[in-house]
Design a protein around this ligand. Structure first.
Ligand SMILES: [Zn+2]
Length: 172
């Protein structure tokens, strides 16, 4: 069973459905194919290119969802990138260390590599002269949808990367 990424009419990622369901949306005129998986779908009367990404033809209002902060959700949000050096990282790091009164919330958590996490230890960024390349805040709605995705299709990157960047508002 393959999966298809569904984008709202605004191009915001909404979620993932089975490719079969996505084909039904396209056939019903509710969605358009933006990218094809390369596979083909055979119905009784036609052969269709199976979509890997579809765009809803009408905007759907989605209630704001809060994303619980876990190591997994933080890794998916920050994409295994160390906030301090930009290299690969997979450690949850409290920007204001818990020993210094830092809380466990999105406004105080980043992903760090092992080396930066060790160097930083219980120091504050101001004590090290370190700066974060983005503002710390809760994930935006777009990111809430992205975090709930299973990231297993490289053809989705083109459609999801801009929202990840938008979410983090990377400096520069
Ligand atoms: Zn690092």
């Amino acid at each position: 069973m393959t999966k298809t990424l569904v984008l709202n009419a605004s191009y915001e990622p909404l979620g993932v459905v089975s490719t079969r369901r996505a084909i039904l949306l396209v056939l019903a005129g509710k969605a358009s194919t933006l990218a094809a998986s390369g596979a083909q779908y055979h119905s009784r009367s036609a052969v269709l290119d199976a979509p890997s990404v579809v765009l809803l033809n009408r905007y759907v209002r989605v209630p704001q969802r809060r994303i619980p902060l876990t190591r997994k959700s933080a890794l998916e949000r920050y994409g295994h990138v160390c906030a301090y050096c930009g290299r690969y990282g997979d450690t949850l790091d409290h920007v204001v260390p818990r020993a210094r009164g830092g809380t466990h919330c999105w406004e105080n958590v980043v992903i760090a590599c092992f080396k930066c996490n060790n160097t930083k230890s219980d120091s504050l960024l101001s004590e090290l002269g370190w700066k974060l390349p983005f503002e710390l805040k809760e994930p935006h709605l777009n990111m809430a949808s992205l975090i709930s995705l299973r990231w297993d299709d490289p053809t989705w990157d083109e459609f999801t990367t801009p929202w990840r960047k938008h979410d983090l508002q990377l400096a520069g």
